[in-house]
Design a protein around this ligand. Sequence first.
Ligand code: SF4
Length: 259
Amino acid sequence: MDSRRLAYLHALDIDVWERRGLSNAPDSVVDVAAPSPVAARAESVAEIIPIRTVSDAPSTAHVDQLGWDELAATVKACQRCPLHQTRTQAVFGVGNREARWLVIGEAPGADEDRQGEPFVGRAGQLLNSMLKAIGLAREQVFIANILKSRPPNNRDPRPEEVQACIPFLYRQIELIDPQLILCVGRIAAQTLLSTDTPIGKLRGKLHHLAPTRPGAKSRPMIVTYHPAYLLRSPAEKRKAWGDLVLAMQTFEQLGSAAS
Ligand code: SF4
């Protein structure tokens, strides 16, 4: 395993050891000390939690028709909810528009609001390390939030703000057509799964994001902790690593099934 990947795993507080006699083997998830029986978690891959139905989804009639550039311009100028009054700028999202992985968080914080990009600052650096630990560069994925404008003082999003903003995320999902969604944090998970189940019970299993409009696909989704939470609660990094292992396994299984 190369030194850079080791550093990313250390950022997640993951112990690493070398396999004897397999020095030429490719890096794999068994190189690291997964925090709990990964096999047991893998068995839960088939679990599907029923979530929001199409009829519950907010109207996306206009946004549904937009291409990337029009969508970005619409978000930039958006005044659909009062958050436009307090933001510095809307944070559209960043990354590969044809990514196979889509990372979804909650909302911009102070750094993101200032820089116009999601997941910057310390939490962003930890997210980058989490992605690198499973072999993904930030540039390979697309990163977006439920809300595109920062709630003042980083308060939780209000239902009416989510209702106003989520059509933009749904359109991003349609345009990207990702193979797997990695949902980070309680707010994003509970919003997308239309549940108040604690994140500790949502992580560690495969969910499916329901179709966001009639005729759309459901999307495989794995939930994990938000990197900002992991910075405050480093003991939970091992669970997050388990979620990343599950995400990687799920992604590989989906790829095999499709080929
Ligand atoms: S949070 Fe979303 S809906 Fe509200 S102003 Fe920003 S972009 Fe528009």
